[in-house]
Design a protein around this ligand. Structure first.
Ligand SMILES: Nc1nc2c(c(=O)[nH]1)N[C@H]1C(S)=C(S)[C@@H](COP(=O)(O)O)O[C@H]1N2
Ligand SMILES: [Mo]
Length: 341
């Protein structure tokens, strides 16, 4: 893992580990604002309260008894690729490894909502983690807390996850219960979940309005960061590799929170991409799609490869990402320099 900070732990997955469909828990990137809470004080209880007919306190066994569902989902931090923006925004200096994919098993949040019965005027659910701390730019200690519109909370694949790749979730990934929100950047998938509150008004907390917004530093008000923008990475060959002259198999992954990946094109040496990669069958509507391309590496010397993914909504990557104050959603193409020998 490439460690960005130790306390709290922030670590990215090396690109060579993104080749497999599923990322092992121990190789899965970690993004934590405050670090894991003291789990011994937790008692494994999830409170579901607020604008509901019937508030509940659920133990792990209660949740398991509600019936689980398993979803393959790619999780990407909104700050992934931040170091590609100029000037460099503040925030964790992520390269391209703040993305991973796991098989998540848990209770659909929808099932829990059906049993607490939100009041008709409810608009959002607020998910609060057990971790707390004081961000540099605010005075008080706060928990990590994020809200979701009720419609997204009721998505059949929005889970209260209890397992990751068939095992209990590791502490750094949010044990024992975390939210998993398909198609949205990682900040929505609240770890160490201890409380769900059904809200009658939109949440206005620090991690809702003060961060995870696209602020273009212009006259327009900031807009919330939500769905994952279309992106692809090349996982082989790696930047700086030397390859023998002849046919080189270029491999990578592509994903989008807006729809299935329908096309990946390869551009060589800055030319308009004119060739398509071959897409592997999708493994899930919410996970990355593998692709490969047979590159005729005939000319010796240094060459630049780029991959351009397009999703079902017609979103396509460009070479330059749009700068924003906190450096989110930079889905610009990756340039991989390869020397043909
Ligand atoms: N409680 C809590 N949940 C959290 C966070 C956090 O700091 N605290 N970080 C969020 C962010 S920004 C991301 S990208 C994902 C990362 O999940 P992972 O560490 O399992 O990869 O968790 C999200 N959930
Ligand atoms: Mo994130």
């Amino acid at each position: 893992m490439r460690i960005l900070s130790v306390d709290p732990l922030n670590a990215e997955t090396p690109l060579e580990d993104l080749g497999d469909d599923l990322t092992a828990q121990s190789r899965f990137f970690v993004r934590s604002h405050f670090g894991p809470p003291d789990l011994s004080r937790r008692g494994d209880v999830l409170e579901v309260v607020g604008a509901v007919e019937r508030a509940l306190r659920l133990k792990m066994a209660d949740l398991e008894a509600m019936g689980t569902r398993t979803v393959l989902m790619t999780l990407e931090c909104a700050g992934n690729g931040r170091t590609g923006l100029t000037p460099l925004p503040s925030g964790e200096p992520w390269g391209l490894g703040a993305v991973s994919t796991a098989r998540w098993t848990g209770v659909p949040l929808r099932t829990v909502l059906e049993s607490v019965r939100p009041k008709p005027y409810a608009v959002e659910i607020l998910a609060t983690g057990a971790d707390r701390g004081r961000p540099l730019d605010i005075a008080d200690e706060i928990p990590f807390a994020r809200s979701l519109p009720l419609a997204k909370a009721r998505d059949a694949d929005t889970l209260l996850a209890l397992q990751m790749n068939g095992r209990p979730i590791l502490p750094e990934h949010g044990a024992p219960i975390r939210l998993i929100v398909p198609g949205w950047y990682g900040m929505a998938s609240v770890k160490w979940l201890e409380r769900i509150e059904v809200l009658a008004e939109p949440f206005r907390g620090y991690y809702q309005l003060g961060r995870y917004v696209y602020d273009h530093a212009d006259e327009n008000p900031p807009t919330p960061v939500r769905t994952i923008r279309v992106r692809s990475v090349i996982v082989s060959p790696l930047d700086g590799d030397a390859v023998p002259q002849g046919q080189v198999i270029v491999r990578g992954k592509a994903w989008s929170g807006e729809g299935v990946i329908v096309r990946v094109q390869i551009g060589v040496d800055g030319a308009e991409p004119s060739q398509d990669a071959t897409l592997a069958p999708p493994i899930s509507p919410h996970a990355w799609r593998a692709w490969e391309f047979a590159w005729g590496a005939t000319d010796p010397g240094r060459h630049l490869l780029r991959s351009y993914a397009t999703d079902a909504k017609g979103n396509r990557q460009t070479d330059v990402g749009r700068w924003n104050r906190y450096g989110y959603g930079n889905n610009a193409t990756q340039a991989v320099a390869v020397t043909v020998e």
